[in-house]
Design a protein around this ligand. Sequence first.
Ligand SMILES: Cc1ncc(COP(=O)(O)O)c(C=O)c1O
Length: 403
Amino acid sequence: MEREFTKAELLKLYDAHVAHNYKPFSGFIGRSGKGSWVQDVSGKKYLDMLSSYSALSFGHAHPRILRALIEQACRLPNLPGAFYSEEKMIFSYELARFCGMEMSLIMNTGAEAVETALKLARKWAYKKKKIKRDRAEIIVCGGNFHGRTITIVSFSTEPQYKNNFGPHTPGFKVVPFGDVQALKDAITPNTAAFLVEPIQGEGGINVPPVGYLRACRKVCTENNVLLMADEIQTGLARTGKMFACNYEDVKPDVLILGKALGGGFMPVSAVVGSRELLMTIKPADHGSTFGGNPLGCHVARESLRVLVDEHLVDRAFNLGRDFMNDLKDMRSPCVKEVRGRGLMIGVVIKEGGPNAHKLSQRLVRNGMLCKEARTDVIRLAPPLTITREELHWGLELLKKALL
Ligand SMILES: Cc1ncc(COP(=O)(O)O)c(C=O)c1O
């Protein structure tokens, strides 16, 4: 039998052998999880109020999704895109229908899906909009977060994400988030697409002004520019609507999904849109060994069913509204603002108040997984399956830290 490593030994292994692209809190080393709870190697239980930035929207090891995973793992876990796969065919159809669209292109991680959308926008620009070769521009927002590839960090406005990773990919313009006029002004005949998060997650849970998305939709339509909504974090019930764009009845041309789509088990992401648009990508233009693998597709199909069967949109809406009110009612002297939608919540710490990173670490020490976004926001995004009692438990911990 494999021997058990001590906490000290594991930390030593981390130091010596794990690339340091993260700096985790040293008091917690995760071992197992069920529902809204995670247990560390010493047996201590933690309430997961981060749910892997929405990837664990169904909680840890959701029993129905776990069953689907095992079922497909035993049947046919993998098959390359070069062959027809029953699961990929059915999932692509079901996902497109779920989104009110026509076609899906399945990938694995969020960044891959964003890259796919960018390629799609450029191909569409050259083939349909007839923009001259290599002139296509894509507009993005300041404070964006769309992933970590070279191209995506090329248009990040966060210096650490991009410095030392140049030369950067050209062809992107940055406009302030929430500013429709800036978008209008930035559009030229060479503009292919506008890529936007309906609520910025990593950027600090930034909710744009009411009417912003609808106005962006109008500007994009008037200028024959694709509206591409990155709903990797906001999508699939997180904000209390199935998609955050639904708050303004906006239908983007391209919907980018990830995180929760994999049910907390598999990296599954997708680009969903019209047939006309997705058909601009021809065989061999794009691909991925694992993208659309039967295991991921089967898990994602069950995840979409659980989303509906367990009424997670309504749960996120109602629990989020009440929890946000509870946080506001706390009247903490160090909280400047509580913002967000549904169960995507940011607690903004006042200038001169306690450090958000240290506060998050204190909360972890006390039994609650959470993390800061940027320097002054504590981000709360529990599983959508969380109970009122569990949320109340979390609230008490937050009170202890913030009052
Ligand atoms: C809005 C958004 N887009 C893209 C990504 C990148 O996803 P991944 O980490 O799966 O590549 C993230 C991850 O946090 C995200 O929040």
